[in-house]
Design a protein around this ligand. Structure first.
Ligand code: PLP
Length: 454
């Protein structure tokens, strides 16, 4: 019983994203009231380690007052201005400069949006605008991957390769081909080695381009390490192979680093760890630690020049948001990146990678677990009824939520994505926090196992 008016009000008035609304009417919300480093508290006074960093995003933890101060100072100085039609303000200028400094060589231009979805919509429009400007309007299609996640708006949701995001929404609504998910454990065929799997996927890419015609394909988009589809790592050689094929056919390569960027994999960018250089890099989430909504698209000089040439012909790039480069969000982003640098949080992710990942790998022979995978400070435990045959528990997608619920009881917030339990703790975690994450997860797995056996 929760005699809590917020609880009743939420049930009466709120429509939650990604939620079974009828189930929510029964179950009600988990109301989070307070943050404290890697921990959050609910309205019942229970404390949790937030091992998904909110939505894969709160790098600096949940109580960084420097970000609150940066927002307040900016709100007092200039709470809002835009950057349409030659207007500018210091926070967005400084943040664009900072991102260009951090970006891979030759990527010097930045466009801001409010969210990752809007950023990927913007990428689609940039690619089309660029090709129209070059006199090749038929070069329009996108290549993406099954299980990839790129957002939920009409265009970005089309790029996303998850059936639940298409079904009932009439998507894809833009021309996109989804290729095989580069996750060997699940999609490797019987007897196929990892190298053969990589070669098969690269051949599929080449064949698709040949079949559809390179003159019709604008871009390939992918997350270096897939996040929201279930934390999936590509096999060795996959990304360099994709890069080479894109270069050969003059297809733009887009690295969606909304989760991977700013040290999540232990390197500044996911593309660095995976060994490729994109033409366009999309970032959000850890850019501001999600204290304010903000996303950034960083493009290389070639892409910028083609777009800029077309604006010179047409007079404008007819695209932008009221909140593009919002001064408060940019001020928070700058301070957040300063903290990440000063405290070497990307280095912290690299240093803790081994202890975080090896502790999780110790669950690899747990009877509920099929595969443990991860890199840096992101990981997934895919649950399976039978590790050898990779058969999932029935009904599909039922076991991960059970483990996630048991984790919550143990004071650990993680996330169920299909059959996988995802972990992505704030970059400020300590070795002691990591040990506590492992301990709580282990207790949750054992509890669910005991229930399953009973
Ligand atoms: N791209 C990736 C890789 C993401 O993980 C997400 C969100 O999780 C998005 C895009 C969409 O971002 P947003 O939810 O801010 O629209």
């Amino acid at each position: 019983e929760r005699p809590n008016s917020l609880h009743a009000s939420d049930i009466a008035h709120s429509m939650h994203p990604y939620t079974n609304m009828r189930a929510h009417e029964e179950k009600g919300p988990m109301i989070i009231t307070k943050g404290d480093g890697v921990r959050v508290h609910d309205d019942q006074g229970k404390e949790y380690i937030e091992a998904l960093a909110g939505l894969w995003s709160v790098a600096v933890g949940f109580s960084e007052t420097r970000l609150a101060d940066a927002a307040y100072e900016q709100l007092k100085r200039l709470p809002y201005y835009h950057s349409f039609a030659h207007k500018a303000h210091e926070p967005s200028i400084r943040l664009a400069e900072k991102l260009a400094e951090m970006a891979p060589e030759g990527m010097n231009r930045v466009f801001f949006t409010n969210s990752g979805s809007e950023a990927n919509d913007t990428v689609v429009k940039m690619a089309w605008f660029l090709n129209n400007g070059l006199g090749r309007p038929e070069k329009k299609k996108f290549l993406a991957r099954n299980k990839g996640y790129h957002g939920i708006t009409i265009a970005s949701g089309s790029l996303t390769g998850l059936p639940g995001n298409h079904k009932d929404f009439d998507l894809p609504a833009i021309p996109v081909t989804h290729l095989t998910c580069p996750h060997y454990w699940r999609w490797g065929e019987n007897g196929e080695s990892e190298a053969q799997f990589t070669a098969r996927l690269l051949k599929e890419l080449e064949d698709t381009i040949e079949r559809e015609g390179p003159e019709t394909i604008a871009a390939f988009i992918g997350e270096p390490v897939m996040g929201a589809g279930g934390v999936m790592l590509p096999p060795e050689g996959y990304w360099p192979g994709v890069e080479a094929i894109c270069r050969k056919h003059d297809i733009l390569l887009v690295s969606d680093e909304v989760i991977n960027g700013f040290g999540r994999l232990g390197t500044t960018w996911g593309c660095q760890k995976m060994g490729f250089t994109p033409d366009i890099l999309v970032t959000s989430k850890q850019l501001t630690s999600s204290y304010m909504p903000l996303a950034a698209i960083i493009v290389n000089d070639r892409v910028y020049d083609a777009i800029a040439d077309n604006t010179a012909k047409l007079g404008t790039f007819g695209h932008g948001f009221t909140g593009s480069g919002h001064p408060v969000a940019c001020a928070v982003g700058l301070e957040n990146l300063a903290i990440i640098e000063e405290r070497d949080l990307m280095g912290n992710a690299a240093r803790l990678e081994e202890v975080f990942q090896s502790g999780l790998r110790s669950f690899a022979d747990h009877p509920l677990v099929g595969e443990v995978r991860g890199t840096g400070l992101i990981a997934g435990l895919e649950l399976a009824k039978n590790r050898e045959t990779k058969e999932s528990f029935a009904p599909a997608g039922s076991m991960a939520p059970r483990v996630v619920a048991a984790c919550a009881d143990e004071g650990l917030i993680v996330r169920a994505v299909y059959e996988t339990v995802a972990l992505c703790p704030p970059l400020i975690v300590t070795e002691a926090d990591v040990a506590e994450i492992h301990a709580r997860l282990g207790r949750a797995l054992d509890r669910v196992l005991a229930e399953v056996k009973a």
